[in-house]
Design a protein around this ligand. Sequence first.
Ligand code: BG6
Length: 467
Amino acid sequence: MTAFPDGFLWGGATAANQLEGAYLTDGKGLSIQDVMPRGIVGPPTDEPTPDNLKHEGIDHYHRYAEDIALFAELGFSVYRFSIGWSRIFPNGDEETPNEEGLAFYDRLLDELERHGIEPLVTISHYETPLHLSRTYDGWVDRRLIGFYERYARTLFERFGHRVRYWLTFNEINSVLHAPLMSGGIWTPKEQLAEGDLYQAIHHELVASASATRIAHEIDPGLKVGCMVLAMPTYPLTPSPADVLAVLHADHANLAFTDVHVRGRYPGYLLRTLREKGIELDITDDDRETLTHTVDFVSFSYYMSVCEAADGGEAGEGNLFGGITNPTLPASEWGWQIDPVGLRITLNQFWDRWGKPLFIVENGLGANDELVEVDGVPTVEDDYRIAYLNDHLVQVGEAIADGVEVLGYTWWGPIDVVSASTAQLSKRYGFIYVDRNDDGSGTLRRYRKKSFGWYRDLIASNGGTLTA
Ligand code: BG6
């Protein structure tokens, strides 16, 4: 017996800047990631520096066929990847795209097609062209909407006949916490005026809705989703003040999907803006554009947090954290592990929006040790198997609760460079990549123990899960 419906999409998710490498190949321009050698842990550099692991990544740009063959061996029916914006528009504000960049994704899609794997494409995953960031201050500038529209249209026209599922922005709500990585905003966070931040958010929301409209005009069969970082928030105590603090924290994140699904700003967000004294520049055209709503809602889920009216012990988190939950264990990087939170999130999102849901990221970053078993290098990552099993059991529960879930893509099915810390030692993969934080390594790929486990799970459509 399995809770997962026939046709449930199983796979993995990556982002161009974290695995492709080849950062200057075939006409690619620099993206913000090329000057973020420490992720969000350290400041960006003025120029690319040799210690940036993303420049070579795991050399997927040249090894994509080998990697996709491994995904096929896992039995993937879907693969989520992002298109590097600066491969297609090297500066971001050109009139015409870079053909060599487009051709790379043609080749990648050919390979997926050959293996019968459905692509799920993120249009913008933390890789704003550097020129747009340095010259325009990223999404603070309204002109970014037009540049993004041109980029999105280029992708839909070129790939729309072979890519059905699209995501407009990775974790769009994370711009609140990581304005450079998420919104390409060059002004340092401490100096960024709140009004500029909310204006940037507004521009991204309009651009996202506009891309949805363009996709549907080109082909009404295209499915466009928003993508948010989901982090369920629990009250630290049962006091109404703590529950209210949770409501406020939730609103800050839910607002992004409320706009994407309902086509207008929610009242609580208008109140926040009013109370902050922020008057956004919202045109009538913007209001009309926002009415082009998404077909589905997708999200990443790694952890939950607590919230309290009077503060508490702040914990680590995925781009943002909250108060540490005394009842939960944590990963080596301090992210609290909470499988039940995934069931709660699925139910809340389904109850609130009634849109099909897609879990497009979930995973465990860990220090893996390469060992030899019967002469073959591998990693005995039972901890990853346990994390995966426990989270998927909860997905099954949510499906049994009546939630419509389209699919599940594990974050980083192959080891990639971490987004937050820019390390390779923070590994998520079922496939180990021999590359270290100092850049050494052969780049050879090895199957971990979790590889066989996930392969069997997919083959049984979730039947091998243990409650
Ligand atoms: C998500 C991002 O926040 O989390 C990914 O969309 C990222 O890009 C993933 O890699 C895991 O985070 P990290 O910082 O451990 O790589």
